[in-house]
Design a protein around this ligand. Structure first.
Ligand code: C2E
Ligand code: MG
Ligand code: MG
Ligand code: MG
Length: 287
């Protein structure tokens, strides 16, 4: 009896694994095809310099990848970045993202030179992409070729990018910083050892994770954490970006704490290139 049961559950387990493996292989193939067929697009979420008079100043965008899947429609990065990372496809995909974002920024800078003043384009780098030895060289080639200013490129990395190989990560960061590329710690506060990483790695910007922002109104603990990150940023002379701002009350709280920069649905969702240009047009026509 028991033996039988055991065998059955073994088979079920095995079969589930089989299905999962098949799905992953399928996704991997789809991603490969998507790369060749140019099915990825970048969306751009505006980042604002917060102002107490509510005249928030548009000072850049975060580039966020989407997959225009011919069968399933627009897909969010959470549904394919993990597989891209596991299969190494993140390397060509990530390189494409940097190219695309820099080309776009260069076009926008030419049309709206006001963006030059403190503006920048932010690009997310995944852990595997970050530790590839050629990353600084790659970025160098892309920046030179597109003609954007090094200072206006901001890379966003999470703690996990630093954890795998700390020596290599430190070396990479030093090379990027030497070129004046801006480094932002993304999802700050959610990792294992955010503070110890803060101590050891050079950076310019902390992005307060949206989980702290979305709970500001209900949780005095979230308020305390945000205040503390603000103080940390101030004392370490880092810029702070609050991500995931969805309400006026959150903007108010962040302004009171001296938070300089913010992004979130309250201001704008991530936009297509055309939508972003409409926003830029409006913004600089009236300011
Ligand atoms: P992230 O870098 O922390 O990006 C912020 C995410 O929050 C984005 O999700 C954005 O659309 C979403 N968001 C923005 N404002 C709000 C808001 O007010 N409320 C809420 N609830 N969410 C908001 P998205 O675009 O789905 O991206 C998810 C993650 O995928 C990103 O998190 C980033 O880690 C990764 N990712 C996106 N694009 C790329 C890329 O080009 N390369 C790599 N390696 N990773 C990327
Ligand atoms: Mg990010
Ligand atoms: Mg984030
Ligand atoms: Mg994230």
């Amino acid at each position: 009896q028991a033996k039988n049961k055991g065998r059955n559950s073994y088979q079920i387990f095995n079969w589930t694994m089989h299905t999962e493996v098949k799905q992953r292989l399928q996704l991997e193939n789809d991603l490969r095809r998507a790369l060749n067929k140019d099915e990825f697009v970048l969306f751009y979420q505006p980042i604002y310099r917060l102002s107490p008079q509510q005249k928030h100043r548009l000072c850049g965008f975060e580039a966020l990848i989407r997959w225009h899947d011919p069968e399933l429609g627009m897909r969010s990065p959470d549904s394919f970045i993990p597989i891209a990372e596991q299969t190494g496809l993140i390397l060509p995909m990530g390189e494409w993202v940097i190219w695309q974002a820099c080309r776009q920024w260069q076009q926008w800078i030419q049309r709206w030179p006001q963006l030059q003043q403190g503006g920048n384009i932010s690009v997310n780098l995944s852990p595997m992409q970050f530790v590839q030895p050629d990353l600084p060289g790659q970025i160098d080639r892309i920046v030179s070729h597109t003609g954007i200013n090094f200072r206006q490129l901001r890379i966003e990395i999470t703690e996990s990018a630093l954890m795998q190989n700390e020596t290599a990560a430190l070396e990479t960061l030093k090379q990027l910083k030497a070129k004046n590329i801006q480094v932002a710690m993304d999802d700050f506060g959610t990792g294992y050892s955010s503070l110890s990483y803060l101590l050891r790695f050079p950076k310019d910007v902390l992005k307060i994770d949206k989980s702290f922002i979305s709970t500001l109104e209900q949780s005095s603990d979230s308020q305390a954490i945000v205040k503390t990150i603000m103080a940390l940023g101030k004392n370490m002379e880092l810029d702070i970006v609050a991500e995931g701002i969805e309400t006026a009350a959150q903007v108010q709280f962040l302004l009171e704490q001296g938070c300089a920069l913010g992004q979130g649905y309250w201001f704008s969702e991530p936009l297509t290139e055309v939508q972003a240009e409409q926003i830029l047009e409006q913004h600089f026509a009236t300011s």
